[in-house]
Structure formats: C-alpha cells, structure tokens
Design a protein around this ligand. Structure first.
Ligand SMILES: [Zn+2]
Length: 98
C-alpha cells in the first residue's frame, strides 16, 4: 500500500515513467517486424498490415478477418484458432518472430 501511495504523491514522476516506458516500448512489436510488409492474405493477395484485423487458422495461416468471413461461404476454410490485430498475433505467436 505504501508504494501505491507514493506513486500518487508524485504524479509527475509516474507520468514521466509512463512516458519513458512508452518510448522504450515503442518498438516492442516492431522489433520483430521482419514479417510486416511481407505476408500476404491468401484470399485477397494484399499485404497484411500490422493494424489489420486478422484470423489465424489451425495451420497458422494469417487471413484478413474480413476476407475470411467473406470467402468462408464459398471456400472451405480451416477453423479459426485465434483472431485480432495482426500486430497482436505477431506479439503472441513466436513463429512469426523468425
Ligand atoms: Zn485479405
């Protein structure tokens, strides 16, 4: 409890601390950025950007969320293992990091 109180005694310090960590974390997802700009959605052939909402299927194929749900009625697609922003997927699954 004492530590929590001291943080509120120094609001500027905690603000600076937060800002510092944001700066140092800025490259957090970007450090493993070799994948960005290279991976294409197999359905629309567009480069998948880090902020795109995607799904990850059972064999770890990254597909745009929109595309998956657009084509899923026409094609037989594998079940979704996970979904979210591409950036989140890269941060979550280490097979992207190589
Ligand atoms: Zn797509």
């Amino acid at each position: 409890m004492k530590n929590m109180n001291s943080a509120s005694f120094f609001p500027n310090l905690s603000l600076f601390g937060k800002r510092d960590s944001q700066i140092s974390c800025k490259g957090d997802g970007d450090q493993m950025s070799t994948i960005y700009g290279k991976l294409r959605c197999p359905l629309c052939s567009m480069i998948i950007k880090r902020q795109d909402k995607v799904v990850l299927d059972m064999i770890n194929t990254v597909i745009h969320y929109e595309c998956y749900h657009t084509y899923t009625s026409e094609k037989t697609l594998l079940p979704i293992k996970d979904e979210g922003s591409f950036r989140k997927m890269v941060a979550t699954y280490e097979f992207f990091w190589g």
